[in-house]
Design a protein around this ligand. Structure first.
Ligand code: FES
Length: 111
């Protein structure tokens, strides 16, 4: 059973946390079922960038990404080469480490 390690985030998860995952779940699903309040403004429909996360370990074990995800990620704050939308990145066989960016761009909240 793969594990997902969320690195500490000073507001959302100050201590960080490691959780069991089932292959086929998304990173966002793992976060929400463990009460990590990761933003997800479009309710997981790949239309916002609020669920952006950076994969520090295990990037290549995740599912592939679509052109649409790529387009949405371009709007994310703090984009890095190993960024993913947590609602689109499906867990494979390997453990992963996830960094939750300090900020999000949430057009619904910020307008
Ligand atoms: Fe909007 Fe993931 S929740 S793209």
């Amino acid at each position: 059973m793969p594990k997902v390690l969320f690195l500490p985030h000073k507001i959302i998860l100050p201590q960080g946390g490691e959780f069991n995952a089932n292959k086929g779940e998304t990173i966002l699903e793992i976060a929400l079922k463990n009460n990590i309040k990761l933003e997800h403004a479009c309710e997981q429909s790949c239309a916002c960038s609020t669920c952006h996360c950076i994969i520090r370990k295990g990037f290549l074990s995740l599912s592939g990404w679509s052109e649409k995800e790529d387009d949405i990620l371009d709007k994310a704050w703090g984009l890095e080469p190993e960024s993913r939308l947590s609602c689109q990145a499906i867990i494979g066989n390997d453990d992963i480490e996830v960094e939750i960016p300090l900020y999000t761009v949430n057009y619904a909240r910020d307008s």
